[in-house]
Design a binder for this molecule. Sequence first.
Ligand SMILES: [Zn+2]
Length: 114
Amino acid sequence: MPNESKQITRIDLQPEEIIRSVKMRFRICNYLFNTGACWMAASGVLGILIILEGHHAEPDALSLLLTLIMIGTAIYTLAFALTLAIYRCPVCDKYLSRFRPDKLHCPGCDAKVK
Ligand SMILES: [Zn+2]
């Protein structure tokens, strides 16, 4: 499958293929952001528990909290970099910002992406 798509020139993509491709790219980025959010939520819960425990909190809990925050941040950073790399228009390779005014079309070549 990946070999097949490389043989087609990007401009020759069918409208359904563009939409499918953008949807898949969006899904990958979104899942990664959600995974990062899960780790952040876990560190939030642990942080609250540590605050409730006050100075009785285990020192191990603090290092675990730091680890969770670091994992969450790492995944977020990765998600951001991956989004910049792959969340692009399949036709003209322009970056499709989440905050672009027209979500249905590519800002670069006006191809229908949604
Ligand atoms: Zn485009």
